[in-house]
Design a protein around this ligand. Structure first.
Ligand code: ING
Length: 326
């Protein structure tokens, strides 16, 4: 048995005017609680340091740059790294990354894995960016309606690091972010690299409204949570991996975000589930050897995958180039 004790540190809402220092205090409190329970790895949500600002179509770069981190750790986030090293606990954290290393400003929706010594061992930049660049592609009725908009394509560039898997804390660790979980390729890319724990932070509206053409429809309210769990449970089962889903949830700036943070076994079952819409730590003992049931059996990719056939399907359907952005 190779045991990794994992925590999902769900967060309640973060207000627009909440400072980084205040948010970091909340994260530290959960980190200490997790450490007391003997947790090896504590996982935080997507864009954990601020309110979910992509819900707004902000014009001024000066204004929206306030939501971005120029460095990590920076002065306000340093206490997280120091405390992790002191407590010997690893963490996964989502933040808005401002990268100026190329001389021009590049912005990404990013997560990192930090090891028990407080060192960044891996970085991931969100690949599947949902939503819109501006109001021009937002459907007619939705502009004034109650569909909760998402303008991630306004703020972020497409992730350019792929879906790597890192060996850290004795496990094969992988990361994805929110909308990535709805795409089977996300999990398969890491499954093919023998991932054992996939971490996925999310900010997802609790209102299940969708557009059909230009018409906005409300879906039954349970559907959003069903899709949330369906996607991650399928990813876990089909790739024989533990999955940790971490929500930022509750009523944030008047918008309801779903909770449902969970830890999912390689059999696809939820083994720990948050029951509030607030800051809440849930824990599970993840036996990494359980991944072997699938990886060495039903989902032994080398033995049973039919990649020659998948190539034919890809060619026949002609879907070989990336979709147009917009
Ligand atoms: N949020 C959403 C998500 O995939 C979304 C966006 C939800 C778009 C539902 C369309 C439909 O959960 C993030 N942050 O990716």
């Amino acid at each position: 048995m190779r045991k990794l004790r994992v925590a999902a540190a769900q967060m309640g809402p973060v207000a627009k005017d909440e400072s980084r220092a205040e948010v970091v205090q909340r994260l530290l409190k959960m980190m200490r609680g997790a450490a007391e329970m003997g947790v090896d790895l504590v996982c935080y949500p997507e864009l954990a340091l601020t309110t979910f600002f992509p819900r707004w179509c902000i014009d001024s770069k000066d204004e929206f740059d306030l939501y971005f981190e120029r460095e990590l750790p920076g002065p306000e986030t340093r206490p997280l790294f120091d405390e992790a090293a002191r407590l010997k606990i690893g963490f996964y954290l989502g933040y808005a990354e401002l990268d100026v290393s190329s001389g021009e400003k590049k912005r990404f929706n990013t997560t990192v894995i930090v090891d028990k010594a407080g060192r960044i061992v891996g970085k991931y930049r969100k690949v599947h960016l949902p939503g819109h660049k501006d109001l021009s592609t937002v459907g007619g009725t939705a502009k004034s309606g109650h569909v909760v908009n998402n303008f991630e394509r306004r703020y972020f560039e497409l992730g350019d690091l792929g879906f790597p898997v890192w060996r850290a804390m004795g496990a094969n660790l992988g990361m994805c972010i929110c909308n990535d979980r709805r795409w089977p390729e996300t999990f398969r890319a890491m499954g093919l690299r023998d991932v054992e724990v996939v971490m996925c932070g999310y900010n997802t509206s609790a209102v299940s409204a969708r557009r059909i053409g230009n018409r906005e429809t409300l879906l039954p309210s349970h559907i959003g949570m069903f899709h949330n769990h369906l996607s991650m449970q399928a990813g876990a089962y089909q790739n024989s991996t533990w999955v940790v889903g971490i929500a930022k949830c509750g009523r944030e700036e008047g918008h309801d975000l779903m909770g449902g943070s969970c830890i999912i076994s390689p059999q696809g079952e939820i083994v720990a589930l948050a029951h509030t819409l607030e800051d809440e730590v849930i824990v599970a003992d993840c036996d990494l050897d359980e991944c072997e049931i699938g990886k060495g059996g039903m989902f032994n990719f080398d033995r049973y995958r039919r990649i020659e056939h998948y190539r034919i399907i890809t060619e026949q359907t002609g879907r070989t180039s990336p979709p147009a952005a917009g």
